[in-house]
Design a protein around this ligand. Sequence first.
Ligand code: DP6
Length: 373
Amino acid sequence: MKIVTCVAPVNIAVIKYWGKRDENLILPINDSISASLSTDIMCAKTTIMASPLLKENKFWLNGREQTFDSPRFSNCIKAIRARCDETLPQFNWKISICSENNFPTAAGLASSAAGYACLVHALAQLYEIKGEISDIARQGSGSACRSIYGGWVQWHKGDLPTGADSIATQIAPADHWPEMRIIVLVVNDCRKKYSSTSGMKTTTETSTLVKFRAESVVNQRAKAMKKAIEDKDYESFAEITMKDSNQMHAICLDTFPPCVYMNDTSHAIVNLVHSYNEYKKGQKVAYTFDAGPNACIYLLQSEVEQFISVVNHVFPKPADIDAVEYYRGLTLPNKQLDKKIVDDLNLTPHDTGVLKYIIYTKVGGGPQVLGDP
Ligand code: DP6
């Protein structure tokens, strides 16, 4: 019998992947760049047991049994097994897979990316596979290939029709930019209305803007973003991050019928960030939104206290939510609100939206093996 348990990170893109050139192999129309987040607060965890005593293959996701036959899942298993040495005993044993996320699934919080990266990493350990596996994680969910590495990661779109060169590489490790922090403002953690997969399929079929992005914008942006990360140039990083998120959502609206992921609260956060940056006379805080209303804020540690003061004023914590439950990973709110910035910005509490909770985290490492449970 062999048992392996792994954890893998969520990643949040700063240059977005939106649109495929091959639906089956999951090949994107452009390069994308993300940071993998620390697994302390958000991660996927997968345990796989292989044994000659098991009678059939089984898979549980967040406590619910799933089919082994769904195309993306079985493609990953087949692709990993194709690289395994068939003389290993475990190659012929049945497997039992148990996966869970410690954060909401399918709420636009990159759960499938962490989940597939974790699955593929754990399978690679089980079958003793060395070398590149991001191309296999990509076949589970495109963005999963970026969660195969820690730190700052680029997914190269690749040119080959086989997808062999559509892989992720690390731009810089997790400790490259130690001051960088991520705050996730969770507006809604319910399952999203249109999945990224179906949203981007309709985009590729109907949007004219997406072609303009692929041909004239995103390559230069990815290059500039890589340089901003390498140089730790926060101002450029922030500006490109926000512009790229806005462009992705503009393309979602240019899709027919449109995919609307951001809501009033998301737009209130966008306005708040721009007011804050205007007050600070520079880009000090950057938002990015995936296929959902939740805001991921990239900022340097030196801004966290003031920015959280402003967030707490505009979106006060609902009285019935426990502070530890609300501020996940954050101890600052016990401090006094920074009244001056709140007064100077003349902010009023947002009238319609409250936040569900706030996650505070850092850039972190890649998947890790935890050993036998
Ligand atoms: C908005 O990787 O979830 O988060 O490849 O169809 O599984 P599939 O899509 P997925 O799309 C993620 C889109 C995004 C942007 C990004 O992470 O780059």
